[in-house]
Design a protein around this ligand. Structure first.
Ligand SMILES: [Zn+2]
Length: 182
């Protein structure tokens, strides 16, 4: 292989025959770091916003929302649902790192629409132990965004729940659609 500063193969590129996908990421990081200069930021998000979104690979949050390095906290999980652990992160975000606004983003074609809470039973049958967590599966994405907004608004731990908005990202068009909280 060449040792010159070639650009990583990027999305859609095959994993190198002589390495794992993680090797490829580490290699990309070396090039990232070579061009990186310390922006001199502290840890508080510039826009004082936390974004909670699904982990879906088709959702590029920074590109889709015009975000720059340092602008926001991003908290992601399967579904972008507001679990206790998301509340934990939001609480630290607001109380220690100064964020005030919360943006919730679900999306079209989410994997959580295709499974049910039976997933926990299946796991129990396979491994002999039922997970403590809920699958948080849903059928109506708008309703799940509303439920997430409600969980944020009713959390006793958060300082700021006046600017909470929820959206559905369309993976085909790239557009956000706001969900009426009512
Ligand atoms: Zn999803």
């Amino acid at each position: 292989m060449t040792t010159s500063a070639s650009v990583p193969t990027g999305s859609g590129g095959a994993i190198r025959a002589d390495g794992t996908v993680t090797d490829r990421l580490v290699e990309a990081n070396e090039q990232y770091a070579a061009a990186f200069s310390d922006p001199g930021m502290d840890a508080r998000p510039v826009l004082r916003v936390a974004v909670v979104a699904c982990m879906d690979a088709r959702l590029d949050l920074h590109a889709a929302l015009g975000l720059e390095l340092g602008d926001c906290h991003t908290i992601r999980n399967a579904g972008g649902v507001v679990t206790d652990d998301v509340i934990r992160s939001l609480t630290i975000s607001q109380r220690r790192l100064g964020t005030r606004s919360i943006v919730l983003i679900h999306h079209t074609g989410c994997g959580l629409e295709t499974i049910t809470e039976d997933f926990r039973e299946e796991l129990e049958q396979e491994v002999g132990q039922r997970p403590a967590w809920a699958v948080e599966a849903f059928r109506d994405v708008d309703q799940d965004v509303r439920q997430s907004m409600q969980r944020v608004r009713t959390s006793p731990f958060l300082l700021h729940s006046d600017d909470v908005r929820g959206f559905v990202f369309d993976v085909r068009t790239g557009l956000l659609r706001e969900v009426d909280p009512a």
